[in-house]
Design a protein around this ligand. Structure first.
Ligand code: MEV
Length: 444
């Protein structure tokens, strides 16, 4: 593509026309097709489209993802209709199946362990670490006072700064320190709140050091490298579990005794605790559920993923996020996972469908949403492990996959019907579906 100047300042149509010309020159799109396609995905309501355009930069159209729901999701004795945004076939179906299965066995039970968020000011200072520590102790309160105007709103809601400490990292890197700040951000994810406070703190801290009479020469120079929240929030964590007597695991479709199922299931978890290749896939399945809820509610799934994977590696080895025990004839399956979610602020209030998602969930607090998302993650993992340790994953997957292939090959209703019947007991592959469709089409 030729170099382009000032692209961001062009109108949406100018951007589309520019890209269309490029695609047409390369014979990648027929004349007029790209422009038509892009505009066909614009929202019919101009005001609504403006909202989407302003979420990001250089927006030319919208990228649709399916928005599904899982009704009858029993969590802490309450029935939820859970919204999920995900493109992967089978995820919503698997979650629904798991939700139904566990609703008949007492449902999901979740608790929020804590909701602590973290921020850091990373800086370099050349001097005696003890001298800095002593100085920090005398200035700590003044620093906190300095940011009270920024925290007052949050404090009226019950949040604010929980603690502020100086961390000496000089044993790992000469001259390196950080201000380590713990926050409570109530129902907000809190990124803007935290980052604003950190930047104010870092500036004041630098000035304090510069103005301190006890520091001389190079001791007056403190170099702030950056001030930023941490997406690793191990104490903003939720615990969720399901439990039942082993005999009750049998729903008539396991294809094996419930004891054997429980044994195989627990070994599947063991393998994900021991083997990083399996643990990654295992946890990916957990995030199939969590991400879908996080996206549907306008939260930051990259932050949630990054935090979850870091937590999975907290022992020094990347492990399964879910665990299982079999004792006294009881099967217990649980997930401990940190995640920083919000139900106010950010996209949660701006994206019209994120607002609808929160309405569907009966306007939950951030803590309640954490419990819902974690429970869906556990439900998803249960469904995956159940399939993997009984029928194998492909049976369920391929049914949905067949639909995708049929769509891709533009099958009509009759062809779909014939294909569904044909593949009831056969392996689905792109080639086998294409072959079937050609034989149907040739025959007609
Ligand atoms: C597919 O998206 C997720 C699974 O691979 C998860 C797992 O293997 O546990 C089915």
């Amino acid at each position: 593509m030729s170099k382009v100047e000032g692209f961001s300042k062009w109108s949406k149509l100018e951007k589309i026309e520019f890209l269309a010309r490029h695609l047409e020159q390369k014979n990648l799109q027929a004349p007029g097709k790209f422009s038509h396609l892009m505009q066909s995905f614009w929202h019919s309501n101009g005001d609504a489209q403006k909202i989407f355009d302003e979420f990001s930069e250089n927006t030319i159209t919208n990228f649709y993802f399916p928005y599904g729901v899982v009704p009858n999701f029993l969590l802490n004795g309450k029935s939820y209709c859970v919204p999920m945004v995900i493109e992967e076939s089978s995820v919503v179906a698997a979650c629904s199946k798991s939700a139904k299965y566990w609703s008949e066995r007492g449902g999901f039970h979740a608790t929020v362990v804590d909701t602590e968020k973290i921020g850091q000011v990373h800086f370099y200072w050349a001097g005696n670490p003890q001298k800095l520590e002593d100085f920090f102790k005398t200035k700590r309160e003044e620093l906190l006072q300095f940011v009270t105007p920024l925290t007052s709103n949050m404090r009226t809601r019950g949040g604010g700064i929980n603690s502020l400490s100086l961390i000496d990292k000089t044993s790992e890197e000469p001259g390196l320190y950080q201000l380590f700040v713990s926050f409570e951000t109530c129902d907000a994810m809190g990124a803007n709140f935290i980052n604003s406070i950190l930047e104010a703190l870092s500036q004041r801290w630098k000035e304090m050091v510069m103005d301190a009479p006890e520091f001389v020469g190079s001791e007056k120079e403190l170099m702030v490298i950056m001030s930023i929240l941490s997406n690793y929030t191990p104490n903003c964590r939720v615990h969720v579990q399901v439990q039942c007597p082993i005999g009750q695991l049998d729903d008539g479709h396991l294809g094996m005794a419930p004891q054997e199922f429980a044994f195989k299931f627990s070994k599947a978890i063991k393998i994900a605790e021991l083997d990083v290749y399996r643990a990654t896939t295992h946890n990916k399945g957990v995030f199939n559920g969590i991400d879908a809820v996080v996206l549907a509610t306008g939260n930051d799934f990259r932050a949630v993923e990054a935090c979850g994977h870091a937590y999975a590696a907290q022992s020094g080895r990347y492990r399964s996020l879910t665990h299982c025990s079999i004792s006294d004839d009881t099967f217990t399956f649980w997930l401990d996972i940190p995640m920083a979610l919000g139900t106010v602020g950010g996209l949660t209030g701006l994206h019209p469908l994120a607002r609808v998602s929160l309405d569907l969930l009966n306007r939950p607090s951030a803590s309640e949403l954490m419990q819902v998302a974690a429970s869906v993650g556990l439900a998803q993992n249960f469904a995956a492990l159940r399939s993997l340790t009984t029928t194998g994953i492909q049976r369920g997957h391929m049914r949905m996959h067949l639909m995708n292939i049929l769509n891709h090959l533009e099958a009509n209703d009759d062809e779909r019907h014939l294909a569904k019947e044909y593949f009831v007991d056969k392996v689905v592959s792109f080639k086998s579906v294409r072959d079937l469709l050609s034989s149907i089409r040739n025959y007609q």
